[in-house]
Design a binder for this molecule. Structure first.
Ligand SMILES: [Zn+2]
Length: 198
């Protein structure tokens, strides 16, 4: 994955809050409702504020978050794992929620980070329009670049509401993706240890 794909994207010519609210009013009219009726009058503003939260990951550099906080390991070289990090994202095809959990592990070489920072990296990429496959690779590559560990492993298990609430309507189906780098890819024992722990 290119460096550009991992970096925050700030698109020039970003519409104003007012323009975004007008776009929501257009969709409300398109759905067949009246954006001027009492129950909907504040909806465009609420939707735009929700979007600001759903897509807050575009303005943060995940690699930078990790770089700022690393510490020397003091000799700790065993696996560090954060299991069951819950996240909400949105699929880039339908803009509906992807809800799931991520498991993230690395084998330190010389640097460790505060474990909350790993959860923060998951959130930064989740708060963008995503495919699960892309998000899995982005998290793994960011940790790999920032910490230069001996190995990184990321597994994501998520339900896509574009499959459960529309289209083929298959609730309860989860999608599992994984990205293993370094020792987790090359060394069957490291991989087994990771898989046993999740
Ligand atoms: Zn979708």
């Amino acid at each position: 994955m290119s460096d550009k794909a991992l970096r925050p994207k700030i698109v020039p010519g970003r519409p104003s809050q007012e323009e975004a609210e007008e776009a929501v009013r257009t969709l409300l009219r398109w759905a067949g409702d009246n954006p001027e009726r009492e129950g909907l009058i504040d909806t465009p503003n609420r939707v735009v504020r929700s979007y600001a939260e759903f897509y807050s990951g575009y303005t943060t550099d995940a690699e930078e978050e990790l770089r700022r906080t690393f510490e020397e390991t003091e000799g700790y070289d065993e696996m560090v794992m954060l299991r069951g990090i819950s996240f909400e994202s949105h699929c880039e095809h339908h803009m509906v929620p992807i809800i799931g959990t991520a498991h993230v592990a690395y084998l330190p070489r010389t640097r460790v980070v505060g474990i909350s920072k790993l959860a923060r990296v998951v959130d930064i990429f989740a708060k963008r329009l995503q495919t699960q496959e892309t998000m899995t690779v982005q998290i793994a590559q960011t940790i790999d670049r920032a910490l230069q560990p001996r190995g990184v492993a990321v597994v994501i298990d998520a339900e896509h509401q574009c499959m459960t609430t529309r289209g083929i309507h298959k609730p309860g189906v989860s999608t599992v993706t994984s990205q293993l780098l370094g020792a987790f890819r090359e060394n069957p024992e490291a991989r087994r240890e990771f898989l046993a722990m999740i």
